[in-house]
Design a protein around this ligand. Structure first.
Ligand code: NA7
Length: 530
């Protein structure tokens, strides 16, 4: 027997939890379906050593409840995964959310019934749910990418993926370890694994830029100050493209005299974190300006890494900030350790995984454990894993065959009453996820309330509005350097994935304005029907 709800929410991370809270508050019935055994999403799955947020904790937090803001105490500038997971659980219990979340349940299929105007949602446990609305809150980086390297199944030791790490942790003490990948997850975990392991061999395909986090314990006086001025800080953050309250220097890098420019980069470097890219306003707009930042970081690598050959291999060749900038704690310095080896596989892919390690560049490397820090099928991966069928039985996979197309990153033509929190075409991964999630959830909750008041049962974007939005997403992407390299933003890390710059890069303030206009225009761009 199918169970009936106003809405089925898929995923119990920060998006799914807040969505449930908001719908309950408006008197809608909702059930959250979550594959894991607990809440937290990204912070539930990514338990690798060193996993932590690259947005400062006081900003990477919910703002919908002042009581929550006041009672929760962040302990570090950048919260670790365990602290973020504790926070997620605290929110879940504080707002009594758990009773409407069904854990260990993976949604496998969602089919729109055009006669009843309802969705039928099916799970790997054989459940069936009928709901007017389906709201996906599956995360943007939640479908781990395991590359199809020949022989992967032959390896006799344990293999760990950073995006699906064992819950009881892994002790690498005395072990030899091979790591594939040098993205953010690798850059966070390598320094810690290197301190534990007997030997660590890092296989690098693309050298990456990283800046120091300068993480620290938070001073209680600072926390008190933040708590006293949360509203102002949140309001300032909403005026910034990334939804993060940090200072942007509106000068051009290339037009700034060299001494002054270096002083500014040095200041940002010493402060730490993603704000480095805000050292100058045009770092992602002008090749020449970007090059000044590249040169600054390259000099830092040469300064920190003692062996010039290793330093050269670690030196990125692409645009800084094009792939997501990483934030680290002692990454470059780790390569000065005698128990760490770097293997450059840029020109020659790994030949195969062997029972005892792997073969690359004509050489065999042996290790006890293998760590895949190989990232995710970003933004569309989790959505397309579910067999989602809209009008006429058309699947989302078919609809997005040439890349994702959405209206506002929230809705898709042909898929009525389906909402995608932080979906492709929304600012999501280019912003502080928490305010972006809250804005989407508020939009959806208000929309459902309006539909109920109007006696409308179906909402769906119209083709023209979706085309306009897809055009807007593409146009804004083409202005920046960010769309020019082989990153997961464009799907380049997944063989065969269409190359489309997926997030909306116009900034959170512009995006919010678009959404507000749509609402003010009586859900302009949508067709509403009874
Ligand atoms: P990323 O940033 O996608 O990094 C994955 C890394 O794995 C990257 O260095 C890849 O090299 C490498 N990779 C992937 N497949 C292979 C194969 N087949 N062979 C060798 N190397 C490979 O994922 P993360 O988990 O580190 O970070 C994801 C986001 O989480 C991050 O941006 C933050 O937003 C938080 P490539 O660069 O593709 O050459």
């Amino acid at each position: 027997m199918a169970k009936n709800f106003d809405a089925v929410i898929v995923g119990a991370g920060f998006g799914g939890m807040y969505m449930l809270h908001r719908l309950r508050g408006k008197g809608f019935s909702a059930r959250v379906l979550e594959a894991g055994t607990g809440v937290g999403g990204t912070w539930y799955w990514n338990r690798y050593p060193g996993a932590r947020c690259d947005v400062e904790s006081v900003q990477y937090s919910y703002q919908f409840s002042s009581e929550l803001e006041q009672e929760w105490e962040w302990s570090e500038r950048y919260a670790t995964q365990p602290e973020l997971l504790r926070y997620a659980n605290h929110v879940c219990d504080r707002f009594d959310l758990r009773r409407d979340i069904q854990f260990e349940t993976r949604v496998t299929k969602a089919t729109f019934d055009e006669t009843a105007n309802t969705w039928l949602v099916e799970t790997d446990r054989g459940d069936k749910f009928v709901a007017r609305f389906v709201i996906t809150a599956m995360g943007c980086l939640s479908s781990p990418n395991t590359p199809k390297i020949p022989g992967l199944a032959d390896f006799q030791g344990p293999t760990y993926h950073t995006g699906n790490w064992p819950h009881d942790g892994v002790d690498f003490t005395g072990k030899t370890v091979g790591v594939i990948g040098t993205g953010s997850s690798a850059i966070q975990s390598i320094p810690i694994m290197a301190r534990q392991a007997k030997h660590l061999t890092v296989f690098q395909r693309t050298a990456n830029y990283t800046v120091p986090a300068h993480n620290k314990k938070l001073d209680p006086a600072y926390v008190a100050k933040v708590k006293a001025s949360y509203r102002e800080m949140r309001a300032r953050a909403k005026t910034k493209p990334a939804g993060i309250d940090f200072d942007i220097n509106y000068a051009s890098a290339i037009e700034t005299p060299q001494d002054e420019r270096t002083r500014k980069f040095e200041e940002s470097w010493n402060y730490g974190g993603l704000g480095f890219m805000a050292s100058f306003v045009d770092l992602l707009l002008s090749d020449e300006s970007n090059k000044t930042a590249q040169d600054f970081v390259k000099a830092k690598i040469r300064e920190i890494v003692k062996d010039p050959v290793t330093a050269e291999v670690l030196t990125p060749r692409n645009i800084i900030g094009c792939k997501r900038l990483c934030v680290d704690d002692g990454y470059w310095d780790t390569f000065n350790r005698p128990n760490v080896t770097l293997v450059d596989i840029r020109d020659e892919p790994i030949e195969r995984i062997t029972p005892t390690g792997l073969r690359a560049r004509g050489q065999d490397y042996a290790f006890d454990c293998l760590v895949l820090a190989t990232g995710f099928d970003a933004m569309t991966g989790a959505l397309l894993k579910v067999d989602i069928r809209g009008r006429g039985g058309v699947t989302l996979r078919e609809k997005w065959g040439e890349g994702p197309k959405t209206y506002l990153g929230l809705t898709v033509v042909g898929f009525p009453n389906l909402f995608t929190i932080t979906g492709p075409g929304s600012p999501s991964v280019l912003t502080n996820m928490l305010p972006s999630i809250e804005q989407h959830v508020d939009f959806i909750a208000d929309c459902l309330e309006t539909l109920r008041a109007k006696g409308v049962s179906v909402i769906e974007p119209v083709e023209q509005a979706q085309e306009m939005w897809v055009g807007e997403v593409g146009k804004s992407a083409s202005i920046t350097l960010r769309s020019t390299c082989s990153s997961w933003y464009v799907g380049a890390n997944i063989p065969g994935k269409p190359r489309v710059f997926m997030p909306y890069i116009g900034g959170l303030p512009a995006y919010i304005e678009h959404c507000n206009d749509v609402v003010a225009g009586d859900y302009k761009g949508f067709s509403l029907s009874e």
